[in-house]
Design a protein around this ligand. Structure first.
Ligand code: SF4
Ligand code: SF4
Length: 295
């Protein structure tokens, strides 16, 4: 079953897959102390359901196996014809990755359920309180970089993560969690434009441009606007400098111009971008982000 399953994940486009046993996640203490330091800005949802984050068997009672999956996104930066960009993960030409990955994971979950009659599964794509990078690390997919991203040696960090929790105790080869391979590199910490990456593995979300341009309801202030460069949705700086990512700086014009965004009404935005990752921020927030850069 295992080899069939692994083949199917590859056919579906996943680039990494690994198994782990549910238990207290790696780096749980680091996560708890980060919360105690109030470094999660106003993302109070991160403080909720802490007992579920500590024990994934509470997310799916009887869970015996966790499958972690990595799905790639393009390393080309989406840009506007007038030279402004957005974070790669947003993939504005595609349906929001939550929907896409849920569909793909459902196929895999069905496969497990067909072989193991009576087993139950739960799919998580950023949709449940689970420390997904910890389990991906335990499963051997990659290691946690100093930029807090999961890194697959030989591939980099431009991918999404998803998990399938399963009640069946699948048999799989045990692996050791992958050790950090950053060595003495601190490029991500050194090049963070706002100093949000205060030290390795330690982010002050309230200063991170990803938070400021997507999650924060207030407009980005002028000072942070100057640090945004040309990127008006998210920020990839701490990944772009990472030597594990390809150094190709290719960009792809797939967005309307910033003037078109500034003149865009909600109706058209919903029609064109309502099913994409942009929907989380909404057009009014995107407009204020552009204005923060243009000053
Ligand atoms: S996403 Fe940007 S602002 Fe946030 S930590 Fe990385 S480099 Fe810093
Ligand atoms: S930039 Fe360097 S320190 Fe940061 S995650 Fe990549 S290898 Fe690690």
């Amino acid at each position: 079953m295992l080899s069939q399953f692994i083949d199917r994940t590859r056919d579906l486009g996943f680039i990494g897959m690994g198994f782990s046993i549910p238990g207290k996640p790696l780096y749980f203490e680091r996560f708890s102390s980060w919360l105690s330091d109030h470094k999660n800005a106003d993302m109070s949802w991160l403080e909720r359901n802490i007992e579920l984050r500590e024990d994934p068997t509470k997310l799916l009672p009887g869970c015996r196996t966790i499958i972690s999956l990595a799905f790639p996104y393009s390393s080309q930066k989406p840009v506007t014809p007038d030279g402004y960009s957005v974070s790669r993960y947003s993939q504005p030409g595609e349906k929001d990755y939550h929907y896409r990955l849920k569909g793909l994971c459902s196929e895999l979950a069905d496969m497990v359920n067909e072989i193991h009659i009576g087993s139950r599964t739960r799919i998580c794509v950023d949709s449940a309180p689970i420390l997904e990078k910890s389990f991906a690390c335990s499963s051997g997919i990659g290691f946690m970089g100093k930029n807090n991203m999961l890194i697959m040696p030989g591939y980099g960090s431009y991918f999404y993560l998803a998990e399938i929790l399963i009640t069946e105790p699948l048999e799989f080869p045990q692996v050791e969690p992958m050790e950090n391979r950053c060595g003495s590199c601190t490029l991500c910490v050194d090049s963070c434009p706002t100093g949000a990456l205060e030290k390795p593995f330690y982010l002050d979300a309230s200063r991170c441009l990803s938070y400021l341009t997507i999650e924060q309801t207030e407009a980005v202030n002028r000072e942070d606007g100057r640090k945004m460069g040309d990127c008006f949705f998210g920020c990839d700086r701490c990944q772009e400098v990472c030597p594990f990512n390809s150094d190709e700086a290719s960009r792809q014009v797939i967005l309307p111009s910033t003037d078109e965004f500034l003149g865009m009404g909600n109706h058209y935005f919903k029609e064109r971008f309502g099913n994409t990752a942009f929907a989380r921020a909404g057009i009014e927030k995107i407009k204020t982000n552009i204005l923060a850069i243009k000053g």
